[in-house]
Design a binder for this molecule. Sequence first.
Ligand code: ATP
Length: 595
Amino acid sequence: MRQTVTGAWRLLRIAWRLDRRKTASAIFLMFGHVTMGPVMAAGLGVMTDAVVAGDGTTAAWYGVLVAILVMITLTFGNFAHIAYTELSEIAERDLTEELMLLSNGSEGIEHHERADYADELTVLRRDTRKLTLALEALFGTLGLVLFGLLTAILLGRVNLVLLLLMPIAALPPLLSGRWAETRIDRAKTSTAESTRIALNLFRLATSARFGGELRVFGLREELLRRHRQEWGRTSRGLAGAYTRGGAIRAAGQVLFGLAYTGAVLLVIRDVVAGKGTIGDVVLVMVLASQVNHQVITAITLLGTLQRVGSLLQRFRVVRELVTVTHPAPVDREPPRRLSDGIRLDDVDFVYPGTDKPVLSGVTLTLPAGASVAIVGENGAGKSTLVKLLCGMYQPSRGQILVDGVDLRRIPVHAWREQISAGFQDFARFELRTGDVVGLGDLPRMGDDGAVAVALDRAQGTDVVERLEHGLDTPLGKSYTNGAELSGGQWQKLAVGRALMRETPLLLVLDEPTSALDPQAEHRLFELYAEQARQVRASRGAITLFVSHRFSTVRMADLIIVLRDGRVVETGDHDGLMLRDGLYAELFGLQAKAYR
Ligand SMILES: Nc1ncnc2c1ncn2[C@@H]1O[C@H](COP(=O)(O)OP(=O)(O)OP(=O)(O)O)[C@@H](O)[C@H]1O
């Protein structure tokens, strides 16, 4: 109950914050709509008594009044509905935006690894779109409270027992409705994982991006089978809860039906005993049928409100999950230039929710002004190291020191402003081409000159030259006339984005060039190395890249070789070749393959 009330209160505050005028007019229209019901019942009662007494004029006047009230209630109801719908759309947009912000609102990405976060997010993604009904439910419920008060006054005037009976009779259906909703909500939480898997399979099966792979491997039936299996699990879990919920609700309504019949019989008994009029019977019958209708509405409305309450509660949980607590004080600014470099001091890392260390005892120095390459077999921990340097995760043990300052003490946003990155798993932003690149340095996003320079450095000018409207071409299927790009072309834009910031302290390139041919990648890294040398003097910037191509790696000033999360060798190409260890072995294997 508390969740329903706090949910309703929060929803009302959201509506008020978003549009006061619409909220006020929705409340006014709804109050007008519901108060007409009891007033109409009273009018019918008086009209009946006038007919029985043979007073045609009074009966006619009340008949006209009732007709006017019917028109008013219908008109108000109609306009109230329009007002709720408009408000609901604004509220839905607001919560959808909050969900987008929350998904990326934390400093790191640790919460994405958590099953509880993923579960909450699944339900939120699905249910936030159902908010359209929520405000209608809220205002409807407020209206019902007013309706209940008016009805109670009218019933009390006829028979005081009725005054007590009606609210008591309303309780079973209300309580049973709430109980049923709680069970359904619990079932939704417990089926969230299978829903998530099914939704993911649905996305895979309907995305053009994976269409080729699905066809080549003939995966259509297999995905369908798995989807059916997972969805079946969800449906079974929910169907049981819906059936039990339906039975609980029906039991509550049967009790109400019995009380309704009892109330009408009570008034009839009074009239027979000369303690009331026929008008009273009409009043009670009309009111009781309205109460019946309103209780059924109330069950639906309270159910919706309870769902909204739990939806808003989930928002709270997600907000708390993405809030990071800082064990160390955050009291240092990133340096303007690096003099010593970045040092990893005995760093271990374990992904949240797992217990196997992915990095163990990593101690390294990335010297200021150096170009550094990380090599190692698949799963060695290269990308994880990169993520730690970008502040996506905190080391489980040990420290990352930037010119001697623990990275945890530097505000993450300030550190990120000083770095730039291109990732293996880059984003395909479906936007204007210039903006796709310009996003890499938001303050200069509209600066097409800067975008052109970044693209030139990323060797991506040819991508734009082929587009009909150059940098103004919209990209992707979101647009009716959006241009389609190849994987390698998207990747060139992503590299351009990474190069928008001209002099970052740390430029990280985690295999962002895997779709380019080796010569193009080689040229690109020659340029980076050259750029790194140029900014070395001014900022001591470090260029860190991860690549499986040794023709690129060999250019680095420092090469770090990782195996199973440990640093096994470091040095430059010549030194490592002389050492004849893992690097020399991997290099030899690749060179042989090219011969
Ligand atoms: N989000 C995650 N949660 C749990 N474990 C993870 C996660 N991401 C990576 N791992 C594990 O961490 C290990 C190192 O992964 P990482 O991506 O750092 O390797 P990598 O050297 O970059 O590999 P590749 O060359 O294939 O890109 C792998 O064993 C992987 O299974």
